[in-house]
Every structure is written in C-alpha cells, then in structure tokens.
Ligand binder design. Structure first.
Ligand code: TRH
Length: 384
C-alpha cells in the first residue's frame, strides 16, 4: 500500500558526506520508486554539489532527478509543511516550521531519521513515538541490519544492476578506462576511502611486498595524506599514479554516488568509512573493511563490536577472528599489515560470506519502502 504524499527532508551537513549522502539518496528513491513529492532542505549546498556536480552551490531552489532542492538558510521562508517531515540525524527543525506543523489542520507525520547502528537496543527503539512540548508527536526511525528495524537504503534494482555489472567484464574495463586505467588480468583491485588513518602504512607495506599484484584506487579525500606520506611525497592529487613493489596506486577524482557504486562493484576488496559508503560496500557483495566514524569516549567501539555480533555469524571461528583482527587493526591504527595477511588466508570464505550477507540484508526490506509503508500505516491508524 503506497500513499502519494509530500515529504520535507531536512539535512544539516555536520561534516564529510554522510548526512547529505544518505538524505540525497533517500530523496531520489522516494521520488523515483514511490512517486512521492520530495523537498530536500540542505544547509550546505557546496557539499551537495560535490555529490551532484550539476547542482548550483548558491541557488535557493533547484530541481535534480525529480527532487526539489532548497537551500536551508537562516532566513526561513513561509512554507506550508509537507505531509511527512524527516529531520535527518536529529537536526533541529526551524521553530517557524514546527509552529506551522502544530497549527496545521492536516495530519503530519514527523520522523527523526537516526544514524545507523547494529546495537541490539535499536530493534526496541525503532518507530517509537515521543510527545513534544507543542503537542506534536515525533517518531524515531532507526535504519538497521535486523528485522524490526528500518532496514538499509537500497534501490529496487540495485542488486540486479550490480550483478549485471559484475558479470560483464567489459563494463568493468570501460569503467576503469574512463579513468585511464588498464588493469592487467590477475591483478587484485582494491578501493580506499577512509579518514586519516595510521594503519594505512603497514597495510600498503604488505600489499607492496605480496607476490600478487594489486591495484589500489583512491578517490580524493582525507586519507590521501597518509598515502602520500607512505610514498614519501608532499601531496597527491587526482590522476597521480605510483608503483611500489607489487602495488600500483592510482588517485581518482571524487566521483558521483553512481560512479562510486561502480568502483565498489569493480573491486575485490573495499575499504570504506562512515555510514553510507559502508552500506554501499555491503551491497557490492565483496569483502570490506570499515573505518568507523570516531566518536567521543570511544563510543564507536561499541558500535563496531555490535556489528561484529551480526556480521561474523556463519563464518568459521578462524575466519571470524581474522576478519575481526583486521578491522580492529584498521580502526586502532596498529598492525594492519600482519592482520591483512592473516585475513587473506580466508579470502574465499569471506567472499562467499559477503554475498550471503547481501542476500540476508535484501530480505530485510529497504529504508525508503519501510518509510512509505510506515506513513500509510500511521495514516490508517490515526483518526482523521
Ligand atoms: O563522508 P563520511 O565520512 O560521512 C560521515 C558518516 O556518515 C558519519 O556517520 C557521520 O556521522 C559523519 O559523516 C558526519 O562517510 P559516508 O557516510 O560513507 O559518506 C560518504 C558519501 O560520499 C557516500 O554517499 C558515498 C559518497 N562518495 C561519492 O559520492 N563519491 C566518492 O568518490 C566517494 C569516495 C564517496
């Protein structure tokens, strides 16, 4: 059951690309797959324009892929609230907007879209309402990996597109050639997207010393400084290529989300970070490592351990220890080279497991579909 409605999604870009990455992808999917009318309010259009190069970094109103993009500036315009209002990641809605929601005669669903976490309390907290001081109710919508959560963002045709791409080597070649890359058959392809990370050096040492040739693809970003340091260079920029031992390093430009998906699909192993690239790498069906967004008081370690609880199920104890060991080394900044070699001993099992995990997550439904369903259900359950 799908009800056509208007949606306002509010996004504050805290830092990096995760906030805008999630909301932009969700907005598009609500329009394209569910026929919803979506306005996306963004406080930082410059960051948005990095993900969507055709976007203006200054326009107060613009349309992309059927989504109305509005600049969320301190001067709040007098607008009618939408039927469904999503504040992403606990950003604070404008007071005038909340007042307009409270004054409206229409039934308006107000949701806070939470950050992704694998912690076990998520199932119990997902979709709980909370009464606000102005009499409005706000629901907490938690993405997640288990039944009973809001699921993960996944476009309806994503897995089919990914499979078609991975089954046709000419598509992979064409994609790589668009960056002037010709990769020799038998070369291991790896992508690297991470925060500053001291673990990089020992991992690169291990890749350079392996008998197997590797091609590392690094889109421009914060980790480049570590790679440059390892290469004993001042800096790196898009287009640079360097060879050390068995390792070839290519720096790529920051790309669109669609291109970045293809990069993940190309690679035998993906190093990802934050929230959005972490999910996209899971849809790629390939082994990965997650550089989790560091939080105060090391709260991110609880999140990482909670993810292990779910992800490692079904692996042999040895493979499970090896994967956990590498991810911990990656996130603590120590011993990643050795841990990498140990993990490679379980390469085939980890590849099969990655695909198995993808199937399991697909079976949980997807975030946009669950949001649309939740709205229809709420409408039905709420008296007019
Ligand atoms: O950029 P991030 O580090 O974002 C983070 C996290 O979301 C974190 O949870 C949040 O608290 C913090 O921001 C404020 O990593 P993330 O989430 O992977 O987002 C990156 C986005 O950028 C994702 O949508 C993929 C996209 N991307 C491209 O479009 N092109 C590229 O070339 C690359 C490397 C990424």
């Amino acid at each position: 059951m799908s009800v056509k409605a208007s949606w306002d999604i509010f996004c504050v870009v805290v830092d990096n690309y995760g906030d805008i990455g999630v909301t932009w992808r969700l907005a598009r999917q609500l329009v394209v797959e569910h026929g919803q009318q979506v306005r996306l309010w963004i406080d930082d259009l410059q960051t948005f324009a990095r993900l969507q190069p055709s976007a203006s970094a200054t326009a107060s109103q613009q349309w992309h892929e059927g989504v109305e993009i509005r600049h969320w500036s301190p001067q709040w315009p007098d607008v009618e609230p939408a039927d469904v209002v999503i504040e992403a990641f606990a950003c604070r809605l404008p007071d005038e907007y909340i007042a307009a929601m409270a004054a409206s005669k229409r039934r308006i669903l107000w949701l806070n879209l939470e950050y992704l976490s694998a912690e076990d309390w998520v199932v119990g907290c997902h979709a709980l309402p909370s009464m606000q001081s102005d009499g409005l109710q706000k629901y907490f919508f938690f993405p997640g990996f288990e039944e009973g959560t809001g699921g993960l963002i996944r476009e309806g045709d994503l897995i089919a597109r990914r499979e078609a791409f991975q089954n046709d080597l000419s598509l992979r070649e064409a994609f790589l050639q668009s960056f002037d890359l010709n990769v020799q058959p038998g070369t291991t392809l790896l992508s690297l997207f991470a925060y500053e990370n001291p673990a990089i050096a020992s991992w690169l040492d291990a890749l350079a010393a392996q008998a197997q040739p590797s091609q590392l693809l690094v889109p421009e970003g914060r980790v480049l400084e570590d790679v440059a340091r390892w290469l004993e260079l001042e800096q790196l920029r898009a287009g640079d290529r360097y060879q050390r031992g068995s390792l070839d390093i290519a720096v790529l430009p920051f790309m669109t989300q669609h291109q970045y998906d293809m990069l993940l699909w190309c690679c035998d192993f993906n190093a990802v970070r934050g929230e959005e690239s972490f999910i996209r790498a899971q849809w790629a069906g390939r082994p990965l490592v997650w550089h989790i967004y560091p939080q105060e008081e090391d709260a991110h370690w609880d999140k990482l351990n909670a993810f292990f609880e779910l992800y490692l199920r079904g692996l042999t104890p040895e493979a499970s220890d090896a994967l956990r060991g590498f991810w911990r080394a990656w996130n603590s900044g120590e011993g990643s080279g050795e841990a990498w070699l140990t993990m490679l001993e379980h390469e085939a099992q980890l590849l099969a497991h990655a695909e198995h995990w993808t199937r399991k997550q697909v079976a949980n439904g997807d975030l946009a579909g669950k949001l649309v369903f939740f709205y229809a259900d709420w409408l039905g359950a709420t008296p007019a």
